[in-house]
Write a protein that binds this ligand. Sequence first.
Ligand code: CTP
Ligand code: MG
Length: 373
Amino acid sequence: MIVAVLLAAGRGERFGEDKTQVLLRGKPVWRWSCETYLAHPNVDGVLVVGSDSNLSAIQSASPEAIGHVLGGATRQESCARALAALPEGAEIVLVHDAARPFVSPSTISDVIRGVRAAGAAVPAVRVTDTIKEVRDDRLVTLDRSRLVAVQTPQGAKVELLRQAHAEATGEATDEMALLEAIGVRPEVVPGEFKNFKITTPEDLGRARALVGSGEHRTGLGYDIHPFADDADRPMWLGGVLFEGGFGLVGHSDADALAHAIVDAILGAVGLGDIGRHFSNTDPHWHGEPSSTFLRHAASLVRAEGWEIQHIDATVIAERPKISPRVEEMKVAMADGLGIRPDQVSLKATTNEKLGALGRSEGLAAFAVANLVR
Ligand code: CTP
Ligand code: MG
């Protein structure tokens, strides 16, 4: 019996958060390789090792796994716990970093073949950069032709790997180091550059560039506020203060454009509308600048894996004149949303003196938001 052990119990310190849970085209990173192992004809079962913060989510999202184990403080400890939890009859174990989503079925097959031949096997790729060792104040160039970068799955006969763990003296960053220490000579099989490990946020960008984004959503937002007949009421629009008072009336700063954008973003993801998150009867939001709402809405959608790609909005009003301030407004809206100003498009039209807006009783705004994940 061949069992794949998926290690997903790390803390992702270099990444900044639990990278195994980050979504790649709508699917958490760990699930990508999990599905590859589940579908592999020679792999009989997958055992997933999670942390105390992600284990229950992983458990409910992988009912096909033969088991779920709580990992330890180090990768080695997580692996040891998996070895202790292997089902009886497991002969070969393939230990895989859940942070490597793009392992291919052929690499898995090659590692299995290598384990059968040599007791242990590991995929490796040649090193293409020149690697130098930093020794005190000087650099020592290593012989690149003798260097390889090893990946996972690291495969071994279960008994050998158990023995290697039992005899381990220190912490190793991979299984092969433990096996080498007890005299095993793992077979090196060809790895693939696409089987890279997501370690830093830059690696996630590379992963996203490979798979693209799967889900696209569009949201529509609309808001309208009456003008005050008070010269002291400030006129906030698009996060920018317009001179001359007679601003918009509302519980917060009444920035109808910012509110329409917030509704568009929330709407794209089905999170309701601005009133649900910032009640206009809650004194907490009284006079609150719209940047607070933008920031909060953006963080809500980001928490579900969405990225705001583009906003397009139109203001409908007889006044104020928007074109001279439009670049400033884009910068303010983009800043609140955590995106670039060129991802925000703003324009305005009068209502040709028609209706309430045409009589300058108020100002309305429409916004459309495009989100991807
Ligand atoms: N891992 C694990 N248990 C640990 C540490 C790591 O299961 N105690 C797993 C990680 O979840 C990851 C793989 O081992 O899938 C490779 O480790 P690494 O890239 O170092 O991930 P992290 O330890 O999470 O990252 P960092 O070292 O930056 O904190
Ligand atoms: Mg680590």
